[in-house]
Design a protein around this ligand. Structure first.
Ligand code: FES
Ligand SMILES: [Fe+2]
Length: 383
């Protein structure tokens, strides 16, 4: 697949429609009892828009593999929270991120991701031209308007940082360093044996699924393996040992780590070596085992919809046939998850089920992330 076919989003999101009302006492009772947030948080348009700001508006999310931005002038577009974003490789070799909107009349500046070198970004509406550092270079026929101050009309910045070989974006222009949001993550990665450098991996495929499910259901599902033997018996559960006490998830504040041993008698004839993962709040997932690496994120697209997108990277020297089998195995695993979460969403929408139960010892990480979501709500509400 060529990079020009890879568009990690870029759709316009509707504007904020006012703060929803929450019953604080009820939510805190539910979370303390190991239950989920109220059903309104899975169905209401207002809560969806609120979360785009409260949860995703000032958080780091995985965006793309560094490999896609090797050349100066290469670019990747996508959406983080409600912010349309373009990340480029600048003339001086640095990664820079901007709101992907022309400063003239707000048109989307860069249409799609591209790996070829380009020295300028030109808006296709009226032709304004920007340099790779975001500054405005030319306004085409608008040069007749002497009141335009080009120096004040550069692209609006977002924050960009890198973890391993993954580019992360925070929509805030002054978000600081990613590692400050996830203290100790380098040490944790080393402790679980996840190679933080990842230089030996190269992108080989991309998975993307549009789901009729709230993003929180996907996130819950991706942070527990209680369901692995029942849902993924012929996929993930065949390749890795999902026996209680053999695998582990550990919580480290705003992120968690996972560790699974390989099953040595996999039904898919794959021996992956041990599996290491990191989950970074909100919605980023890093997975690494022999042959393959997965870097992905969940993108909320509506109260009852989200998209999960993941880049698959093959390890240098890995047998291409085995890599292909792994890609199929992960596609199958994610497809199975997509079915599960859509069925839960349908049942929540029926109004006949309200509280979801998170079992102690099995679904602690999912519980923990519900707590972080609520914390983000409270911070945004000023509580
Ligand atoms: S909106 Fe970009 S040039 Fe007019
Ligand atoms: Fe799953």
């Amino acid at each position: 697949m060529s990079i020009t076919e890879v568009d990690v989003g870029g759709e316009a999101l509707p504007g904020e429609s006012g703060l929803p009302e929450f019953d604080v006492g009820e939510i805190e009772r539910r979370l303390a009892a190991g239950r989920n947030l109220p059903t309104q948080c899975y169905l209401d348009e207002a809560v969806h828009h609120f979360e785009l700001d409260a949860v995703f508006g000032d958080a780091w999310q995985y965006f793309a593999p560094v490999h896609h931005l090797r050349a100066i002038g290469s670019r990747v577009v996508g959406t983080v929270g409600r912010t349309p974003v373009v990340v480029i490789r600048n003339d001086d070799g640095q990664l820079r991120g901007f709101v992907n909107a022309c400063r003239h009349r707000g048109y989307r500046l860069v249409d799609c991701s591209a790996s070829e070198a380009k020295s300028r970004m030109q808006c296709s509406y009226h032709g304004w031209v920007y340099r790779l550092d975001g500054s405005l270079a030319a306004v085409g026929r608008g040069e007749t308007d002497k009141s335009l101050v080009k120096d004040a009309l550069g692209l609006l910045p977002v924050s960009v940082d890198v973890l391993g070989q993954g580019i992360f974006v925070n929509p805030k222009p002054d978000a600081g360093k990613l590692v400050d949001a996830f203290p100790g993550i380098d040490r944790v990665a080393l402790d679980i044996g996840l190679d933080p450098d990842l230089n030996r991996y190269r992108p080989v495929a991309r998975y993307s699924v549009e789901q009729k499910s709230n993003w929180k259901l996907w996130y819950d599902n991706g942070t527990e393996c209680y369901h692995c033997p029942t849902v993924h018996g012929a996929s993930f559960g065949a390749a890795f040992d999902t026996t209680e006490g053999v695998y582990s998830f550990n919580i480290h504040g705003a992120y968690s780590s996972g560790y699974f041993e390989s099953t040595r008698n996999s039904g898919v004839e794959l021996v992956g070596g041990d599996f290491r993962s990191l989950q970074l709040f909100p919605g980023t997932q890093y997975i690494q085992h022999n042959d393959l690496m997965v870097m992905g994120r969940v993108v909320p697209t509506g109260p009852g919809s989200c998209r999960f997108e993941a880049d698959y990277l093959a390890e240098d020297g890995a047998d291409p046939d085995r890599v292909e089998q792994w890609v199929k195995l992960w596609n199958q695993t994610y497809d199975e998850d997509a079915v599960v979460v859509e069925r839960i969403q349908q049942n929540l929408a029926s109004g006949r089920i309200d509280e979801l139960i998170y079992v102690d010892g099995m679904e602690d990480v999912s519980r923990h992330y519900h707590g972080l979501i609520w914390k983000a709500y409270r911070r945004h509400l000023g509580g």
